[in-house]
Design a protein around this ligand. Structure first.
Ligand code: NDP
Length: 281
């Protein structure tokens, strides 16, 4: 049976270190502050927001939520972001994505101050991830994957790591982070030929396709570490990952659960980014 790589202990270790840093900031009169910008009220945004508010309260970070009308016009949205850029009490900003169709992310990503960009929306922070420059703010989910691998002592140097998914939110930035740590990275997508074979050949397999339970027994091999980034609903409406846990857990060496894996670490990474932004200021 595979070892379960749970997110909770990883998050707890991160939170403990963060509380100490927040206390140090408090001693110099600084309280880290974040603003969530939410357009409309999508259930998945609300669920993530609840988790963030709980975690931030526990660590000692102030968090404001700005709920904007689902039909907000682009210029009004831009004005809101400019106001936040100028607000000294706000060190970090999280804009929930995807944005509604009337808001052009291609324009908005140039408006947000990169020093307040906590989830790698701005071209400046994206470029830093691709250049391997640690002075920016990495995207929270890929960084959560890296924290889990490090916490459980999974060696990356020289290892064959296969990623399923090439989005700018997960796959591409994560590939760059793994490359920086000297992994040999393969990125798969919908046009990959013999996906199952490519996945079987990996030592570390990371699924970020957004397809419920697509990684079954035929995609894995003995000894593998499998990281499941997917958050999906199965046919019964229950939360599940991209990996068919029941089908693979007797084959692979280690596996992150869903829920309780990568998703449990993401808000701690967000908190770390905000604390760092406050320290930089
Ligand atoms: P996207 O839909 O933007 O990207 C999915 C990627 O997977 C694409 O590159 C796509 O390929 C590839 N893909 C989809 N289906 C297949 C398939 N059958 N075979 C091979 N490749 C496939 O999703 P995101 O990157 O935004 O998210 C991925 C998953 O991660 C989702 O389940 C999402 O909910 C979850 N997620 C979890 C987070 C967390 O905190 N745990 C945070 C963010 C996302 P192509 O490019 O060819 O279309």
């Amino acid at each position: 049976m595979a070892e379960l790589l749970k997110g909770a202990p990883v998050a707890a270790a991160l939170n403990e270190a963060l509380s100490a840093r927040v206390a140090k900031l408090a001693a110099s009169g600084i309280k880290p502050g974040m603003c969530i910008v939410r357009v409309g009220a999508r259930p998945d945004d609300l669920a993530y927001e609840r988790g963030v508010l709980k975690r931030f309260a526990a660590v000692g970070i102030e968090c404001r939520v700005l709920e904007l009308a689902a039909a907000i016009a682009q210029q009004d949205f831009i004005e809101v972001i400019k106001k936040i850029n100028a607000d000294h009490e706000i060190h970090g900003v999280l804009i929930f994505r995807p944005l509604p169709p009337q808001l052009d992310e291609g324009i908005i990503k140039h408006v947000l101050d990169p020093r307040k960009d906590m989830d790698c929306l701005t071209p400046e922070n994206v470029a830093k991830v691709f250049e391997g420059d640690d002075t920016g703010y990495p995207p929270c989910t890929p960084q959560a994957v890296m924290e889990i691998l490090d916490y459980y002592g999974v060696e990356l140097k020289g290892k064959r790591v296969t990623l399923v998914g090439r989005s700018m939110v997960v796959g591409k930035p994560l590939a760059m982070m793994l490359l920086k740590r000297h992994a040999t990275v393969t990125i798969c997508h919908t046009r990959t030929v013999d996906l199952a074979g490519v996945c079987r050949g990996a030592e570390i397999l990371i699924a970020a396709a957004g397809k419920a339970k697509m990684i079954g027994a035929g995609f894995v091999s003995p000894g593998q570490t499998v990281i499941d980034v997917g958050i999906n609903l199965d046919e019964g409406g229950n939360l599940c990952g991209d990996v068919d846990r029941a089908g693979v857990e007797d084959i692979v060496a280690a596996l992150t659960p869903v829920p309780g894996g990568v998703g449990a670490v993401t808000s701690s990474i967000l908190a770390e980014n905000v604390v760092r932004a406050a320290e930089m200021r």
